[in-house]
Ligand binder design. Structure first.
Ligand code: FAD
Ligand code: SF4
Length: 503
């Protein structure tokens, strides 16, 4: 029997299950494949392609240095390349670690290869699919908070016996400061591309794999060593202040105190437990503020694990859900920031073009919120997020965009839609000060589109939102609005969709 190992582009860990099983002998041949057809399925941000391919090429090099026999192939399709390699190497069993993304699992299931294919459980997350399903079984609601508490106990993180350190599980209330004062934010840790990365940058440009995003300004890490350096720098420099301004947005502040670890976690370059333990240890060693440490650990141990668990738990039609029946096409400015005068969207989209990253609140309360209240198709906005972000994969996209951002699942994940008017953006950012539109106006030429769309959204979906329960306060405010103003709001929202792309 000859075993071969196929490593997927987001499984770049020496500890991943397929490599781990064969690690004793280092005998199994290994293959990594860059498929050009696969990446043409959507207009990926150029930096996403550069990140994944450069990280794969670096990982192949590290495997060779560790004694593995590695084939690295640039190909159009996976199947013919695998078939050829299996024949050449006389492989009888191909081992692959279970992909995180369901579409990739389907691709593997359809492969026609002259050998047995064995899928090994994915060990790059803490919770297996079965463990999540057991947790979810029989529960009336699947709120993240309860899952998170279970995770804290299970992995004994920030615990004092059976109680959370500090007496409270969740200190989120302390982490919503608006950016009123002058903030002294730390520089993120970036890297100069080495020869391998530079070659990939040229390869992506010459082959015209994508039309979106800037390639030249690529500064992401591409190896485990660099990912560990980002983790170390985050823990030392950023974690102490991670909490208070977690939701704040400031012009030209690309990252605030956010971790910028998602690209590395999602590629397998870092394991979630080592990230959690590093933050917890820093709390004990350096007496860091609990709201920052707990707030960060909740993101990784709570939200990240919950999102992947839920993704595998829900039924296969989840990506097509559309509870509000939203059908508007995605405005063109999502692909070109220069085409919108809405400053919050302009600033956020400009940054996505430049580094394929903005932080959580920009994703949720600017980009996704706009799509939700403007009635954009959830599938179109999901597809855009998947293309545009450095850390996007199907598993993280469906639950975050279809579920959390668009409430298109009708409330499996969120207890109410994340819909907000300009009030929220004006409070949590400095964007409105430099905007053509007025955050205080609901109608008229200078009215902020977030305002008329927000009230139009409540009006259009009054019945569904009433049945859902948690929006009653805002629906009562809607009831108090003069009829003439409501008519104007409806007209202005409808007119916006008819004018070009809503610039
Ligand atoms: C509409 C929308 C789209 C998103 N798209 C992605 C995506 O494509 N890829 C992605 O990894 N995350 C996504 N997220 C979740 C979250 O916004 C990002 O993980 C985070 O902004 C990454 O930046 P960071 O590493 O600086 O995170 P921090 O804010 O510093 O958080 C630390 C870590 O927690 C994890 N995390 C926090 N929240 C989530 C979450 N909701 N889901 C999964 N992991 C989480 C990430 O691994 C992150 O690195 C999305 C959220 C929303 C609302
Ligand atoms: S006024 Fe409206 S469009 Fe302009 S920045 Fe504020 S929220 Fe965004």
């Amino acid at each position: 029997m000859t075993i071969g190992i196929w490593i997927l582009g987001d499984q770049l860990s020496m500890e991943q299950a397929a490599l781990q099983q064969a690690a004793q002998s280092h005998k199994a041949p290994v293959i990594l494949i860059e498929s050009s057809r696969h990446v043409k399925e959507r207009p990926y941000h150029r930096q996403k392609l550069i990140l994944v391919w450069s990280a794969m090429r670096h990982f192949a090099q590290e495997l060779r240095q560790a004694g593995w026999e590695v084939s690295y192939e640039l190909a159009a399709e996976f199947e013919p390349t695998l078939r050829e390699w299996v024949k050449q190497q006389k492989i009888t069993e191909l081992r692959v670690m279970q992909p995180s993304d369901r579409p990739f699992g389907q691709l593997i299931a359809k492969l026609d290869l002259p050998c047995k294919i064995t899928l090994l459980p994915n060990n790059l997350f803490l919770w297996s699919h079965d463990e999540f399903s057991n947790w979810a079984k029989g529960r009336k609601n699947l709120l993240m908070e309860y899952f998170y508490r279970e995770g804290r106990q299970r992995y004994d993180v920030l615990m004092q016996g059976k109680k959370p350190i500090g007496g409270q599980w969740n200190l989120d209330k302390e982490n919503r400061k608006p950016p009123k004062a002058q903030l002294d934010t730390p520089e993120p840790l970036w890297f100069t591309p080495d020869d391998i990365t530079q070659n990939v940058i040229e390869y992506v440009k010459v082959n015209d794999f994508s039309t979106y995003g800037e390639a030249e300004s690529f500064r992401w890490g591409v190896t485990r060593t660099q990912a560990l350096a980002v983790l170390d720098s985050f823990i030392r420099v950023r974690l102490p202040m991670f909490g208070p301004y977690q939701d704040a947005m400031v012009t030209d502040e690309e990252t605030m105190w956010h971790a910028m670890l998602s690209p590395y976690l999602n590629l397998g370059l870092l394991h979630p437990l080592e990230v959690i333990r590093a933050a917890e240890q820093a709390y004990y060693d350096h007496d860091l503020p609990l709201n920052s440490v707990e707030g960060f650990i909740r993101q990784v141990l709570g939200w990240r694990e919950y999102m992947q668990g839920l993704y595998h738990h829900v039924s296969g039609d989840y990506p097509q859900r559309n509870w509000f029946e939203h059908q508007q096409p995605l405005p063109k400015f999502f692909w070109d920031a220069e085409q919108t005068q809405m400053n919050c969207l302009h600033q956020t989209l400009k940054q996505v073009e430049s580094i394929a990253y903005v932080h959580h609140i920009q994703r949720l309360m600017v980009l996704s919120n706009f799509a939700l209240i403007a009635g954009i198709s959830p599938q179109e906005i999901e597809s855009w997020f998947h293309s545009a972000f450095i850390d996007a994969y199907d598993w993280v996209m469906q639950t975050n965009v279809i579920g959390m951002g668009q409430f298109a699942d009708g409330g499996i994940l969120a207890s109410k839609p994340y819909a907000a008017s300009a009030n929220y953006i004006n409070k949590m950012s400095d964007y409105c000060k430099a905007c053509t539109y007025k955050p205080s106006q609901r109608t008229g030429e200078q009215a902020c589109p977030f305002n008329f769309f927000y009230w139009d959204f409540l009006d259009r979906h009054r019945a569904k939102l009433t049945s859902q329960g948690r929006m009653n306060f805002m629906l009562n405010n809607l009831d108090k609005m003069p009829e003439a103003e409501l008519i104007q709001i409806r007209q202005q929202a409808a007119a916006w969709h008819k004018t070009s792309s809503g610039a």
